[in-house]
Design a protein around this ligand. Structure first.
Ligand code: CTP
Ligand code: MG
Length: 235
């Protein structure tokens, strides 16, 4: 029985602005993807990392991981492999899932765009699945008040903030649950996370405490924060 970490990294990063695919943008001089893969590959609970790279960038990502000694296994570092991603995040994850070895029974899915994820969070999600949960997601309390709006911007409802969680990755799954959820999903209405597909099957998803440092780099301001967090870690 093995735990694999799937890393969707095939997005363009449109909200971050023009430039290279988001996963290859630099953070502390190193592509975000390298930070994310290193965090997963060195986490105690992870045995294998599978990256879904931009379709035209598979060779480049293989070379990048090799350059950072993340392709082959070494003491304390799990090996990585690279597959071609797809048009949507869901499609990218699905392509990585079909490439997993038979021995894998727990799958973590972690966005390349969350480069500073602490190893403690990775291992906590793995442990919750190993302890018997079918699906586990990290969540943090929401700071802003969240309102539902209609197409014209009119407020439809103000949600009860106390009952909301902002959901992060890694999300952890029993492999069979995640593959069933992907098989049952509608490719024309892709989900923004994997737990959403599992929920659609009627399977219970457990929320465990997330970590502020597992935030997603989405907009330019997030890169400013990520650089600051990294600098603080290195100090
Ligand atoms: N992703 C992917 N394949 C896609 C789209 C997204 O593997 N076709 C990955 C991204 O690389 C990222 C993660 O899914 O690591 C989360 O997606 P998001 O933050 O939306 O990244 P992008 O899609 O790259 O950004 P944007 O939506 O701003 O274009
Ligand atoms: Mg996107």
């Amino acid at each position: 029985t093995l735990t694999a970490a799937v890393v969707p990294a095939a997005g363009r990063g449109e909200r971050l602005g023009p430039g290279a695919p988001k996963a290859l943008r630099l953070l502390g001089g190193v592509p975000m993807l390298v930070h994310a893969v290193r965090a997963l590959a060195t986490a105690r609970s992870v045995d294998l990392v599978v990256v879904a790279a931009p379709e035209d960038g598979v060779g480049d990502v293989v070379a990048l991981l090799a350059e950072h000694n993340l392709l082959d296994a070494s003491p304390g570092v799990a090996p990585s492999m690279v597959v071609s991603g797809g048009e949507t995040r869901q499609d990218s994850v699905a392509r990585a899932l079909v490439s997993l070895p038979a021995e894998v029974d727990v799958v973590l899915v972690h966005d390349a765009a969350r480069p500073l994820v602490p190893s403690t969070l990775i291992d906590a999600v793995s442990a919750a699945v190993r302890a018997g949960a079918d699906a586990v997601v990290p969540g943090i309390p929401v700071a802003d008040t969240i309102k539902a709006v209609d197409a014209d911007g009119g407020v439809v409802a103000t949600l009860d903030r106390g009952a909301l969680r902002a959901i992060q990755t890694p999300q952890g799954f029993r492999r069979t649950v995640l593959t069933s959820a992907h098989a049952a999903s509608d490719p024309d209405a892709p989900a923004t996370d994997d737990a959403g597909l599992v929920e659609a099957l009627g399977v219970e998803v457990l929320v465990v405490p997330g970590d502020e440092e597992a935030f997603k780099v989405t907009r330019p301001i997030d890169l400013v924060l990520a650089e600051a967090v990294l600098a603080r870690r290195r100090a």
